[in-house]
Design a protein around this ligand. Structure first.
Ligand SMILES: NC(=O)c1ccc[n+]([C@@H]2O[C@H](COP(=O)([O-])OP(=O)(O)OC[C@H]3O[C@@H](n4cnc5c(N)ncnc54)[C@H](OP(=O)(O)O)[C@@H]3O)[C@@H](O)[C@H]2O)c1
Length: 332
């Protein structure tokens, strides 16, 4: 009698198809990644890009069908890479997840180890996942500002979209490092106290930066971490002090940049682009190191809400409607 064939375990995943996305059970052969790591995913998170993918916005998922989720934290099940052995905690942020590679919203992932990093010392798997791409992008932006030798006594720093994942993490890192932080929000009444609790010294109504302004304005900020883009970014650049640096991280408001060269050629302002998706392993390690050391982790826990795969679409709709703040941990 022939042996019964062992059935491959089913994988629960959020799959994005051309017709939309849904929670599905797929066979493990669906995970056709070419990477050297098989990971039992335990946690992911909800970023702006994830919300775009889950709500059917174009620009994130570039191949169908594809498992969504730009981040994952899990336990190595199989490894071809000597940096990892089965049982290790591992995480991957960006590196094509949910763009061209199957992402983290699945019980199992088959990924390339090239950009994978070990769980940083000092963070629990939940905390690392809650920070996810947003937190690690904020850390890359702060590292960029530090690399330009902008010090706390050079003047206040501006964080736009400060209630969001990138903004709130950047604000905390900067405040904890001694900078005076100004943060913008469109929800000052609702979230002003939250911003002050994470170290924002001045809460600014985001509308004050939304009207087109002069190419050079009163020089207020030594540095900017921008999540918004558009006119907000143009005004932030125009309000940056001599030799200041503006870290452009996002496009929550617009992908456009209606600015002039004046702040660059008359004030020596640096516009620094932040790309978390393909950051080097060294930059990832530096970013995770400052996240593990530079944050009040009790605050992170208190601003983290949990959702499972089945509740993720509703959370994504809320995020796109501007009704969420802080970080959303996804339990797989
Ligand atoms: N460069 C990278 O590698 C990288 C990595 C991660 C994220 N990003 C980008 O960075 C941006 C922020 O990501 P996130 O995860 O922090 O998103 P998020 O949690 O949704 O936060 C964005 C914040 O921006 C504000 N905002 C939303 N729509 C706005 C608008 N039309 N005008 C002005 N402000 C607006 C909101 O704050 P209020 O409602 O309080 O005003 C919101 O809290 C996104 O565009 C994302 O794609 C880029």
């Amino acid at each position: 009698m022939s042996k019964p064939r062992r059935l491959a375990p089913m994988v629960k995943a959020i799959v994005v198809r051309e017709s939309g996305s849904a929670v599905e059970e797929v066979g493990e052969e669906f995970l056709d990644g070419d990477g050297g790591l098989v990971v039992d995913v335990k946690f992911s998170d909800l970023n702006y890009k994830d919300a775009m993918a889950l709500t059917g916005r174009p620009g994130v998922v570039r191949k169908h069908p594809l498992v969504a989720g730009i981040d994952l934290v899990g336990i190595v099940a199989e490894s071809d890479d000597e940096r990892f052995v089965p049982g290790d905690w591992v995480m991957l942020n960006g590196a094509g997840l949910s763009e061209t590679e199957h992402g983290g919203y699945a019980t199992r992932a088959r990924i390339s180890s090239e950009y994978a990093v070990a769980l940083p010392e000092g963070l629990t798997p939940e905390q690392a996942a809650a920070l996810g791409t947003a937190g690690y992008t904020a850390a890359l932006a702060v590292l960029r500002i530090l690399s330009e030798n902008i010090m706390p006594d050079d003047g206040p720093v501006l964080v736009t979209g400060a209630t969001g994942g990138v903004g709130s993490t950047a604000a905390q890192l900067l405040a904890n490092a001694g900078y005076v932080v100004y943060g913008t929000t469109g929800r000052a009444e609702e979230l002003g106290d939250f911003l002050r609790s994470i170290g924002v010294d001045e809460v600014i109504d985001r509308s004050t930066l939304e009207e087109p302004g002069k190419p050079l304005q009163k020089a207020l900020y030594s540095a900017v971490v921008d999540s918004v883009g558009g006119v907000t970014l143009a005004n932030a650049i125009a309000q940056t002090r001599k030799d200041g640096v503006v870290a452009a991280c996002g496009l929550a408001g617009s992908h456009e940049l209606p600015a002039t060269v004046m702040p660059f050629i008359l004030r020596g302002v640096t516009l620094a682009g932040i790309d978390s998706v393909w950051a080097s392993l060294d930059d990832r390690a530096d970013a995770w190191r400052i996240l593990a050391r530079g944050l009040d982790l009790d605050k992170l826990d208190s601003m983290t809400t949990r959702v499972d795969l089945d509740g993720l679409h509703a959370a994504a709709e809320e995020l796109m409607a501007g009704q969420r703040h802080g970080r959303t941990l996804v339990t797989i």
